[in-house]
Design a protein around this ligand. Structure first.
Ligand code: DNO
Length: 360
């Protein structure tokens, strides 16, 4: 596996490329252009600039997270073709600088969702929590207000405040979109972009819905093995793949993560992985934890072993970490705990590798 680290760009991330380079085993960053409005073409010049910045620090830029999908595509509006054409152009531009994988999601209105960005654990560290019972008792607008307040002035991925200002109108448009319609719209989008991905050798890797269930009555379809398989098969190309985000899928105890890794991995459809642990308190309520198995509800050894068993050679990044040692920054995206996570994940990988090689 190739270990990479999410970076929000110069002036937009308190963490520097020099710091990232010193984490043992990290070969590259996962980047994006955060100042291009959703739906517009990513200009080649800006992508090149990002690539040069990253490379001059001794790191690679082969994974993009995310090129977000315009809401009109998810809604299936008549304007979608223009945005799909723009998406195709962005893929062409990304391929010109050697990008290999593009992560995206197909969640209506909201991207990932948490109800508390600063939950304190008994050891003094801070983590993010999700509690579905809270979602049921507040309005989407109130939720956005709380997330914005907890974001410490930093833009959170997928939470563009301008876009979220128009919440009520967008909710209105989703009244006619159920899961079946959303799936059709995803397949329509894939049929438009996958041929360009094939031409350019750029793999698309959809991010699962986080959490993997409906929120505020909005449909969500990237939630379990059965649903994921539908659109992977509908557009049956190795370029139509998955970001195996275990924190997202793993919030539902019915999802068996090692089994999903083996299943989609053997189909050759996992192009990117987000590894992290979480503690399921009860159905619909969980908080994020440090990576080791004993800290959360998931057995990380089994997860890494599943990747090893399928001979995974794709990209992996540690996902949301805790805020520790007094660090201030973007919730989930501090330096220290993600670096600890990497060392742990690479340790598991080395142990599995050598055990197999020497003793099996
Ligand atoms: C949250 C992230 C997501 C992810 C997108 C991918 O921290 O995991 O925002 O980047 O859903 O499109």
């Amino acid at each position: 596996m190739k270990m990479v680290f999410r970076w929000y760009g110069e002036g937009n991330d308190p963490i520097t490329l020099e710091q990232i380079r010193q984490i043992p085993g990290v070969v590259g960053v996962v980047g994006a252009l955060f100042d291009v409005p959703v739906g517009e073409v990513w200009p080649l010049e800006k992508i090149k600039h990002l690539k040069d910045t990253v490379e001059s620090a001794g790191l690679t830029l082969e994974v993009i997270e995310s090129v977000n999908v315009h809401e009109d595509i998810k809604l299936g509006l008549s304007t979608r073709d223009r945005y799909i054409e723009n998406y195709r152009e962005t893929i062409r531009n990304l391929s010109k600088v050697g990008v290999k994988v593009v992560c995206y999601n197909f969640m209506p209105i909201f991207d990932w969702m948490r109800t508390d960005l600063h939950k304190k654990l008994p050891d003094g560290s801070e983590v993010m929590e999700y509690d579905h019972s809270l979602i049921e008792n507040i309005t989407p607008k109130e939720l956005v207000r709380r997330v914005k307040e907890g974001s410490a002035g930093l833009v959170l991925p997928g939470w563009e405040w301008d876009r979220l200002e128009k919440l009520e109108q967008t909710f209105e448009l989703y009244k006619d979109v159920d899961e079946k319609k959303l799936l059709d719209n995803l397949i329509y989008f894939l049929k438009g972009v996958i041929p360009v991905c094939e031409e350019c050798d750029v793999k698309l890797a959809i991010h699962p819905d986080d959490p993997p269930w409906s929120i505020f009555g909005l449909p969500r379809i990237v939630t379990n093995r059965e649903n994921i398989e539908k659109f992977l098969k509908a557009v049956d190309s190795p370029y139509n793949g998955l970001t195996l985000c275990m924190g997202s899928l793993g919030a539902n105890p019915n999802n068996n993560i090692p089994e999903m890794i083996r299943y989609f991995g053997r189909m050759g459809r996992i192009h990117f992985a987000h590894l992290r642990n979480l503690k399921i308190v009860e159905r619909g309520k969980f908080y994020e934890t440090a990576h080791p198995s004993f800290c959360g509800s998931h057995d990380m050894f089994e997860v890494v072993k599943a990747f090893h068993d399928i001979g995974y050679n794709g990209y992996v990044r540690p996902d949301h970490g805790r805020m520790i040692w007094g660090e201030k920054g973007r919730p989930g995206y501090g330096l220290y705990d993600r670096a600890l996570g990497i060392t742990y994940l690479l340790g598991l990988w080395e142990a599995i590798d050598k055990m197999k090689e020497r003793y099996c």
